[in-house]
Each structure stands twice: as C-alpha cells, then as structure tokens.
Design a protein around this ligand. Sequence first.
Ligand code: SF4
Ligand code: SF4
Length: 415
Amino acid sequence: MKKADEKKTADERCAKCGACTAVCPVYRISGKESHTARGRLHLLSRLINPSSTTFGEITSACLLCGACRDVCARKIDTLSPLIKAREHLPTSAQYHYVEKLIARKTLASPFLLRSFAKLRAGLIEHLPKSSGLRMKLAILPDDFLPTSLSFSRHSTTKNINKPKINYFSGCLARYLQRDIITATDFLTEQATGSPLLIPDDQTCCGLASFAAGSRKEAQELARTNIAAFAVNDLPILTSCASCYSHLRSYPELLADNPQWRKRAIEFAARLREFSSFFLEKCFVRSLMYPIKLNSAIPRVFYHDPCHLRFGPEKIIAQPRALLKKILGVPPLEPARGTHCCGQGGLFQLAHGELSRKIFTEALQDFSELSATHIVSTCSGCLLQWQKGVQEAGLNSQTCHLSVLLAKIIYANETA
Ligand code: SF4
Ligand code: SF4
C-alpha cells in the first residue's frame, strides 16, 4: 500500500472500478449495488444505525467468498470492514438473527454439537424425506450418506505404527458425516503407513463465530484448538477447506496477544490442506497410480470451495491433479467454469432464497456434465450439494473427496 493511502478508509481507497461487481455471485442474482463490495464499502462508511433494516441487509447478504478481494487491483481487504460491522448485528433483530445465533452457538459448543448429532439420528426416523426441517438441519436421507463405510487395516492391523500426523476433523466430519474421518484415516495409512492422531479436545474452528461478528467467541475457540494440538509438534491435516482457511488465520485473529499470536503462528505453520498433502504423498511414495479400475471410471465433478479458490495459496490445481493421478483422467469441468454453490456458512440461513438461486446456476452447469459423482472438500459446499442434488432428484453421488478416493482404492485392493 502506498504511504499516502495508509490513512484512508477502504471506501476512500476504492477506485469504483467495478471489477468486484463482475465476480460477485450475490450481485449476479440480486443486481443490487448494495450487495457488491464497492457498494458495501461505500454504504458502511455512511451508515451509523446498526439496528436498521438497511444495515442488516448490507452486512448479512454476503457469502464471504473472497472473490471481490481476490480481483481488486487496489488490494483492498473488502471482507474485514464487513465482518467488523457484523459485530453490531446482535443489537438488530433483522435477518433471521435468531437462526444464525442458534447455528453459531451450536457450532461453538461441543456439548450442543453432540446433542445435535444425537437429535439428528432420532429425527431421521421420524421426518419425511421432503421435510424442510431436514434441509435446515442438514439431515439427508441415509442413501445420500456413506454411513456404512469401513476399511479393514492392512499390514498394520496387529502392529500399528505411531501416527505421523494429527487430524483436525471439523464439525461436519466429527458430528454428522463420520465417514470423512474413516476415509481420511484410511488414505493416511496408505500414504504414510500410520493412522491419524485425532486429539479429542479439538473443537469447532470458529469460522461461524468469526463470520457472524463474534470475535471474542472465535478467539476462545482458536485458543482451545491451539492448546489441543500442543501435545506434540506433528503436522496437522484437515480435510475441510473452510476450517483450513480459518485455522490459517489464527495469527491474525489472536494478534492482540503477543503470547497467543506466537503460538498461533507455530500452529498455522503445521497445517496441511487435504488435496495438497495427498498429492505430494502420491508422488513421494510412487504408489501404483493411476489404479487399474475393475469397473467403469467414475465421471467425477470436483466443486471448488471458495475458501481454497480465492485463498492466498489458490488451491485449485492440486485436487484436480490428485484425482487425475489416482483415476488416470482429470475431473469434468463445466463449460462456463467454476461456480460458487451459494452456501456461504450462515448466509444460506439468513438468505435462503438468494442462496438457492446461486446454487441453481451451479446445478445447471453441473447437469450438462452427466457426472456420476460430485466431490468437494468443504463441509458447507458438501451440505449444499447434497441438499440440492436430493431436491433436484438427480442420481449423482455427493461425497467428500476422501470418501470417493478411499472407496475406489479399497475396492481395487480387495477385488
Ligand atoms: S475492485 Fe476494488 S477498487 Fe474496484 S470497485 Fe471493487 S473494491 Fe473498489
Ligand atoms: S465476498 Fe463474495 S459475496 Fe461477498 S461481496 Fe465479495 S464477491 Fe460478493
């Protein structure tokens, strides 16, 4: 940033060029300037009443996808002013705040999450498949979830090697879709010869709290996670793209405390993203990939999580290269390119209709591919696709990338 710009607000630095409007999924659907980064920065610099409907609309109708920040030639951090403004939202009763609060509180509490997971199991039996509550609670029909996944261990069955890597599971894998853990553990054993080490004291990464404007809660969760993984200095693998992105931001989140910031920097340096990690291991161990499939090669569509696509590392090529390495063919690509799924964490709770319309565009592009499988590595994206595919009555299977790879490798090894 130029010296003269240092004292300017984000709105004052904005060139009003409109590059951010061209990439904003919300603006593409709503057509409202107040839904773009340019519009939000301008309005937030003038609005002073956080309990107003306008304030609630401006601050909540954003996916926090990061596309605007990524494209901005002036390198304006378009998200921070918005997240800061959300800190004032609790005083406002607008925009389904109660739902958002419940979701945030649930994610922030291991006790509530465990209770929710039990509640979910009970509800599955009683709720009709078409129930809207199923959708809201991310309760999907059993045949959409790989609930019976299990892999018998190989040579390590009797003499398991010491773990070489920790695992941060994220809430979806830990409480709702545990097959992600089973599959990641299987792949890790294949790649390193050792199982995962999963510290029990880990909790929600805190992204939901942070995105909802509850910085204190997010900081508390960050400190809990850093302490949970301080029992060793092994790398930390996470299979969730959103968690990975947020865990990496802990040094910034805890910047106001030098001691915790130092611990957060050390913690962040140990993080490993799912597809990058396994791609590297594939090449290092020279395993027999691509594998010889006993059945037809699955037609796989990989959905890019925004947190990886627009994150600092731009993790776009790695998951594609991993799929190609194992299957022998690259995943299918929609003609119009990658598309946001419209989930955006709490966005889909506060703005269900906008979220649904953004997803419909993604689904239209996807439908042209005749894919048999949809894979991703983001918990939120997976829920959005699982729900959307079910509603659309499509036969494609939707699962975490780890589940598809583990199933294929295991099936071929045991055939
Ligand atoms: S891309 Fe950046 S400079 Fe251009 S309008 Fe958007 S925020 Fe302003
Ligand atoms: S973060 Fe995404 S949804 Fe929000 S303003 Fe930027 S491009 Fe639009």
